[in-house]
Write a protein that binds this ligand. Structure first.
Ligand code: PEP
Ligand code: MG
Length: 537
């Protein structure tokens, strides 16, 4: 048996086989210097790509239908395109490595297709990129992530949201990452899925690959590779105790969340997709306090259409019925990137083009979201809020577009309901200006993850800064008290949807400050209700 540690971000015990998630190689391949060798590499990669795509095509036909499978077929045809093949060979003769020739020629072709005056051809540019990336990966030996059968613990250096979105969530027993922080999106996902998780772990990939069973104890922050009998017995006992504690919490199911002195608090869930809403309901959430809509944009090759967004929002609205649902408009940028938006790499992405800033500068991205939210509003009790607001004018500009969208829908005869518009308070500027923003907003929801990062100037993703990322910092608590007061003084409600909302050390304090809604991973609702119901504040 080997053991080690990590920073626990969600408690519980998991035992099972482990899989290492390896990222694709990042260093650029260099040419051998011999065009004949590079051409041979390219030819054999083409053959492998042909086999892979043929298999994928057959599988897709059975699993997702003929129409969708056609996307794969298009890539198979592109592999035979003489212009593409000539382009690659020419680049190799010019000194490029086979891998870079395949990738760069693909990019050139993709750009030509993207510039064409034909929507079908435009859409093919993503297929060309995908196909040339496949050849590149084959040449570089980036074999990707082989999913095992059954349930497993996932070990990775770190995981980006775009990577977690592609994982089969229902089969993951635990996350262990060597990097990451407690407010990283892997940690947030682990809490959403209710599974034990360690970040900043000292486990090595060799240790994982050498063991048959890995156990993670999220209560102590310990991992065990091939645990001995005694350790296994201790871990199983913990699992049983945790199950008993969960059962005891069932007494709070269906109860109102009210303190002993009569303060009513809404305990709601953070979700990323319509399926999470089903889990939220099962966990007895009184609504959705934060739908991270960017998860509808991750792990795909193009922008979701208005209809796709509408479908997702309608499902959530219908699932939650009369319960309030707060949809946050797109918060892409920083650690949540999608290549199809074509955003330039930034030196300081956390301070860059993200959240509402993207929406305000690219109306074609914002408008479909607003239309989808309004169209879905008739199916439930929808609210919307904007992320990363720093100035009152930003809120006013976003609201003005909402008004134009409502007008449009009215003219088109499409029904919609009133949708209260709120602001995420997650920049120090918004916190300080809470009094002004409250005059323009229907509610506040505090994103403590980002508010901590920006108030303390500490990157929330940087594992080396954990001791400085202090969500109990007096500066942050002063801002929180100010936000709650500004909301109450102006007659609007305020909630907390950052990870701190589920913190049992803080929940009473937040209620005392005047927050009336706490939004969290669904698995935390019942224990939070117990705390609220036993609280004297
Ligand atoms: C936050 O910043 O606290 C928040 C809830 O948003 P996200 O974690 O998605 O940035
Ligand atoms: Mg945030």
């Amino acid at each position: 048996m080997k053991k080690g540690v990590g920073l626990p971000v969600f408690s519980g015990v998991a035992i099972g086989p482990a899989v290492v998630y390896r990222k694709a190689q990042r260093t650029l391949p260099v040419s051998s210097g011999d065009p004949a060798v590079e051409k041979a590499k390219f030819e054999s990669a083409l053959e492998v790509a042909r086999q892979q795509l043929t298999e994928l095509f057959e599988k897709a036909k059975v699993e997702i239908g003929e129409e969708q499978a056609a996307i794969v077929e298009v890539q198979l045809l592109m592999l035979e395109d003489l212009d593409y093949l000539d382009g690659v060979n020419l680049a190799i003769e010019g000194g490029a490595s086979a891998a870079m020739a395949a990738l760069d020629t693909g990019e050139d072709f993709a750009q030509v297709f993207a510039a064409m005056d034909d929507a079908y051809m435009n859409a093919r540019s993503a297929d060309i990129r995908d196909m040339s990336r496949r050849i590149y990966d084959i040449i570089c030996g980036n074999t990707g992530f082989q999913l095992p059968e059954g349930s497993f613990l996932l070990v990775a250096e770190d995981l980006a949201p775009s990577e977690t979105i592609q994982l089969p969530r229902e089969r993951i027993l635990a996350f262990v990452t060597r990097q990451g922080s407690s407010s990283s999106h892997t940690a947030i996902l682990a809490r959403t899925l209710n599974i034990p998780s360690l970040v900043q772990s000292d486990i090595t990939f060799e240790e994982v690959e050498a063991c048959t069973v890995l156990a993670v104890d999220g209560t102590t922050g310990t991992w065990y590779a091939d645990p001995d009998e005694e350790t296994l017995a201790m871990l199983r006992e913990k699992q049983e105790k945790a199950a008993a504690a969960r059962n005891a919490l069932e007494a709070y199911r269906g109860k109102e969340s009210v303190t002993r002195s009569g303060k009513k608090v809404l305990l709601v869930a953070n979700i990323g997709c319509p399926e999470d809403a089903v889990d939220a309901l099962k966990a007895d959430a009184e609504g959705v306090g934060l739908m991270r809509s960017e998860f509808l944009y991750l792990g795909r090759k193009n922008l979701p259409t208005e209809d796709e967004l509408y479908d997702a929002y309608r499902q959530v609205a219908e699932t939650m019925g009369h319960r309030p649902v707060v949809i946050r408009t797109l918060d892409i940028g920083a650690d949540k990137q999608v290549s199809y938006l074509g955003l330039e790499a930034e030196e300081n992405p956390a301070l860059g083009l993200r959240g509402l800033r993207i929406c305000l500068t690219q109306e074609e991205i914002f408008r479909p979201q607003l239309r989808a939210i309004y169209r879905a509003s008739v199916h439930g009790n929808l609210h919307m809020m904007f992320p990363m607001v720093a100035s009152v004018w930003e809120l006013k500009a976003a609201k003005a577009l909402c008004a134009r969208v409502r007008q449009e829908l009215e003219e088109e005869g499409i029904p919609f309901k009133e949708v209260p518009i709120g602001v995420m308070i997650e920049t120090p500027a918004a916190a300080v200006l809470a009094g002004d923003l409250a005059k323009e907003a229907a509610f506040f929801s505090v994103g403590t993850n980002d508010l901590t990062q920006y108030t303390l100037a500490v990157d929330r993703q940087n594992a080396k800064l954990s001791e400085f990322y202090d969500p109990y910092h007096p500066a942050l608590l002063a801002l929180l008290a100010h936000i709650a007061k500004a909301a109450n003084d102006n007659g609007i409600w305020a909630g907390i949807c950052g990870e701190l909302g589920a913190d049992p050390k803080m929940q009473e304090k937040f209620i005392e400050m005047g927050f009336t809604e706490l939004s969290m991973a669904a698995g935390r609702i019942l224990e939070s209700r117990k705390l609220v119901c036993q609280s004297e504040v």
